[in-house]
Unconditional design. Sequence first.
Length: 468
Amino acid sequence: MFVVIFLVSVGFSLGLLRGITAKTQETSQELLPELVHTHNNLLKIEQIRSYIDLIYWVQNGNLERNYRLESQVLIHSFLFENDPFLASEASNILHDIREIASIRQLQRTLQNEAIQVLSAYHEPTVIKVRGLLSALPQREIREGQMPSAFDELTSLSSFEEIEQRILFISDLNRQLDWMLIDTKARLERVSTYLNSDAALKAQTLATDIGKDIERITQYSIVFMSIVVLLFLFLFFIFKNTLLRPIQSLVAGLKAIEQQGNQTIILKPLFFKELDTIRESIEDYSGLVFRMQKTNQELENLSRIDGLTGLANRRYLDEALQEEMNRAMRHQHAIALLMIDIDHFKRLNDQYGHQVGDHCLKVIAQVIKGYSQRTGELAARFGGEEFTLILPEITHSDVWRIAEAIREECSQRVIYLENDASVSIQMTVSIGFVYQIVDANDAADILLKTADQALYQAKAAGRNCVCEG
């Protein structure tokens, strides 16, 4: 009778293992490819986000067209997805990109028409304004922010015609800003949707495998309880050939949540069915690792300025608030430096935006060299302005660092690629605020005080340091 029970138990166990194997293979063929596909879609979303930024910022019409075509190729891949939400959002994003490109083209046409009108005049002032208008990117043509030289156009008979075009371009820029925000919000919703879908599928995969392993583990314990009373030797064999491998699989599955920066590797198992489960667990571990790495990369991309490699404004606001909270808890001082490149707009107008971008990168590397301690952060505040957070520092050290940055920036010389005989030497103005934080202080007030100190430095003749 005991032999019959043993044989029936073994037969039932093998049948259950075959069922687990079939289900595991089915899961691998269905869920794992879907998770990989979702992972690829997330990367596409990030690429589309980059192309939209380029379409918004690029000045050259041909480059804009290339970026638009690249983004359309990626978006079209979503239109064929068997998912109404993705198809609908992709269609809306495609429409937004076309609208942005269409508005940019209209701005170029209006700008060229204004330049053509000015070409009929040969006065030095008009020629100067025409040159400024030709060099000015469409995105920088905004009401109330035009160079002072444009004020002299009021004496022209066709001033009203030129003014209408410039105001129209300015209105279009405000429309583009809102469209860019709306399109990025739409991309963020798609990214969140894909992340949620991937998390749900991953949870389903883990739950299915966990339930199957839990079932075989429970059955094995009952089976061993019967056999161990009668056949100690058979129990020993069973324990070493079935129980321990299953327990290692359970432990491997549970270890995935804490796997850190490496995937789970399990020892090969004797039974083919159990070894199939082991391979699936290892595959799942690898997929989780890649998804975690991708999420980290996406998080880093959303916090880094694409041109300079420094922290962006969003990350700056988060880090500044965190450091102020820490400074208030421990009652230590914090310093905030606001750094601006002197005459940067004139440099852009004279040498072009590519040279201007290179200058931004050079200054960014100088500032980054002074943010090596924990809590210190160098960030691009916007345009040619940078910020530097310095926690737990003395007042004299703030002055020393600010002067060191100013001196090092003034010593950097940049040579033009197309003319090595022409060099550019930049200077920076620096304003900073230094204080011990209390409950009444806020991050925006600290930024405003540092910015006021920066304006004092500029008013003092530039290439100097002022304290707010």
